[in-house]
Design a protein around this ligand. Structure first.
Ligand SMILES: [Zn+2]
Length: 393
């Protein structure tokens, strides 16, 4: 069975909903017609649940995880492209009470200088820019020292931290694209991690992805629709490490560099909060952000609430915001994105959408608010990120 045949086969399970043949209604998708294709199924909740609209954060906040520029990544070109004009961003920021946005993918060398000039220098306090490693130089014999020096130069230029995309662990190979995958704990990066510690630059580090991306794209995969739409997001098979191998490689880095501050993005491993707690308990230099994972946190509200209670000094607000046009409704930078985050954290609303989309984009479930108290909200919205970024309280 190929994937297209599969999608026709799945609907038998859901075809009985949304119609009532006993009442004699004719319906274009009645069971007799052979079912309802999954991609057309848009069930509306019949719960009479309270809906709290939270148009604005009660406190000013720092969005620690955004992408206002993209850099050359593996191309080796030290350029950035802007995804939105700062003036447009500031309009939404002011409406939503976002004091500061951290642009993680600020690039390196000339690209970094431009990110800093257009964002950080033109709008002091409102934007902060991180730098990225110059991955394409990995095979230069002098790379370890070169990369550490680059971090020092980036710091001088004004960069406040370092972003490591999942390029490391899943894309970067020897000979850049063809050879063996370069391990997350490869020794060539040791001087960079140490330079970050010396300069007090936090490392915002994304490795791995949802666990379902490492499994076969079959009828048991809870993200089947997402992977069906984006088969290139799958890391199943080939020579890809497992999610747990990637997680454990990052732990070896955190253990080896105890003075370096790591922010493990996307809750590190949001489907396995017990494992993340074990990691945070054993690595004092580890914090997390919650970007693009309220779909995961919100479907386990009791575990999430406990997680926020326990790690309230080490969780950062982030969204992974990208401008309109991307195929990830859970990340599109607009009012609705922030309203959903505020609702999740600040209310006890039940069973609501985690993204403004026709069908829940990361999986067919809805989420529950965790109603955090003001003390925790203030730390997560501001205090924790401010401390790591060296800003005033
Ligand atoms: Zn991101």
């Amino acid at each position: 069975m190929n994937r297209r045949q599969l999608i026709k086969a799945v609907p038998a399970a859901v075809a009985g909903m949304g119609m009532n043949p006993a009442m004699g209604q004719s319906h274009e998708n009645s069971p007799k017609d052979g079912g309802l294709p999954l991609e057309q199924y848009e069930p509306k909740s019949m719960l009479h649940a309270a809906e709290t609209h939270v148009p604005r954060s009660r406190f000013p906040l720092i969005d620690f995880h955004t992408h206002i520029t993209w850099s050359g990544e593996l191309s080796g070109k030290d350029k950035v492209t802007f995804t939105e004009k700062p003036e447009e961003l500031l309009r939404v920021m002011d409406r939503k009470n976002i004091h500061t946005m951290v642009n993680l993918t600020g690039g390196y060398a000339n690209g970094l200088a431009e990110s800093i000039r257009v964002l950080q220098q033109a709008h002091p306090g409102r934007f902060i820019v991180f730098t990225e490693p110059w991955w394409s130089k990995i095979e230069d014999p002098n790379y370890p020292k070169f990369q550490a020096d680059q971090i020092e130069a980036a710091h001088k230029a004004g960069a406040k931290g370092i972003k490591v995309l999942k390029i490391l662990g899943l894309f970067l190979r020897e000979h850049i694209k063809e050879g063996k995958l370069v391990a997350i704990d490869d020794r060539r990066f040791d001087p960079m991690w140490e330079a970050a510690a010396a300069l007090k630059m936090p490392i915002a580090m994304h490795i791995s992805d949802p666990e379902a991306f490492f499994l076969p794209i079959d009828r048991f995969n809870e993200r089947w629709e997402e992977l069906h739409a984006h088969p290139d997001w799958s890391f199943h098979g080939k020579d890809f490490p497992s999610n747990m191998e990637l997680q454990e490689a990052r732990r070896r880095v955190m253990r080896r560099h105890p003075k370096t501050q790591f922010v493990c993005l996307h809750v590190a491993d949001s489907e396995n909060l017990d494992y993340v707690t074990e990691c945070m308990d054993s690595h004092p230099n580890m914090a997390v952000d919650i970007a693009a994972r309220i779909g995961e946190l919100g479907r386990q509200p009791r575990a999430s609430r406990k997680f926020f209670d326990r790690h309230q000094d080490r969780i950062l607000f982030g969204t992974d915001a990208v401008p309109k046009g991307y195929e990830t409704p859970q990340q599109v930078f607009e009012d609705a994105l922030y309203e959903t985050y505020y609702r999740f954290r600040g209310t006890e609303d039940e069973y609501f959408d985690y993204a403004p989309a026709r069908v829940p984009p990361q999986g067919r479930w809805r989420i529950y608010g965790i109603g955090l108290p003001e003390g925790i909200l203030r730390k997560v919205y501001w205090g924790n990120a401010a401390r790591l970024l060296g800003l005033s309280a």
